[in-house]
Design a protein around this ligand. Structure first.
Ligand SMILES: C[S@@+](CC[C@H](N)C(=O)[O-])C[C@H]1O[C@@H](n2cnc3c(N)ncnc32)[C@H](O)[C@@H]1O
Length: 207
């Protein structure tokens, strides 16, 4: 079972949301790719943070594509159900459990409310296929995944994210993950001490 939890790397996600919100304004069908999303805690956290800051109409047009290599269907089922054990939810920030989860008949569990669940769509995807799931993404989030790859694999995965991003789209990863110097021309760093980047156009042939 992949290690993850709700509101993991909250500071990173706060910065992501802060930079993303202006890009979301006026978009008819904004899309986000959460790559290596595990059992859904991360994409649901992001959806909750965005729901709290966006108007209903704009939020209802948003889609978060949550992908993971897991192949038994277990992650897909968990994300679709949005059902999580109570112990996992004991350290949520104040007010989140009451507002975004509901008891659902399964003892000891809470379910993510439907308006949040509808925004997150799971699909199986292997990042090491180096084939993007689509393009035009306003944000690609890939946390605590790249560290498992070899340096050359990491570079190819980051090139794939660059192709998947819309012009000016954002890429975010965990604090301890560095951008390889080979790709410095593809991504502009947005925060001096964080791993949040904006896609740079025309840098696609950087080696
Ligand atoms: C430690 S979890 C990170 C979950 C979440 N992103 C977070 O930060 O809490 C790593 C996830 O990466 C997924 N993963 C590992 N290799 C992958 C690959 N080649 N393609 C897609 N996902 C992969 C694992 O299945 C696992 O769910």
């Amino acid at each position: 079972m992949a290690f993850t939890f709700f509101f993991r790397d909250q500071q990173v996600l706060e910065r992501v949301v802060e930079h993303l919100l202006p890009n979301l304004a006026g978009r008819s069908r904004p899309r986000i790719w959460d790559a290596g999303a595990a059992m859904g805690q991360e994409p649901y956290t992001l959806a909750i943070m965005l729901a709290a800051r966006m108007g209903h109409f704009a939020f209802d047009n948003l889609r978060i594509d949550a992908t993971d290599v897991e192949s038994t269907g277990q992650f897909a089922r968990m994300i679709e159900a949005g059902l999580y054990p109570k112990e996992e939810l004991s350290r949520l920030p104040e007010g989140i459990l009451e507002k975004y989860f509901e008891p659902n008949g399964k003892p000891g569990h809470f379910r993510v409310i439907e308006s949040i669940r509808r925004r997150v769509v799971f699909q199986r995807h292997d990042l090491l296929s180096f084939q993007e799931i689509g393009d035009g993404y306003l944000l690609v989030l890939c946390k605590n995944v790249l560290l498992h790859f070899q340096p050359l694999e990491r570079i190819e995965v980051l090139r794939m994210f660059h192709r998947a991003l819309a012009p000016g789209g954002l890429f975010a990863t965990e604090q301890t993950q560095d951008m390889p110097s080979e790709l410095a021309r593809l991504f502009q760093r947005l925060t001096p001490n964080g791993q949040l980047f904006r896609k740079v156009e025309g840098g696609g042939c950087a080696s």
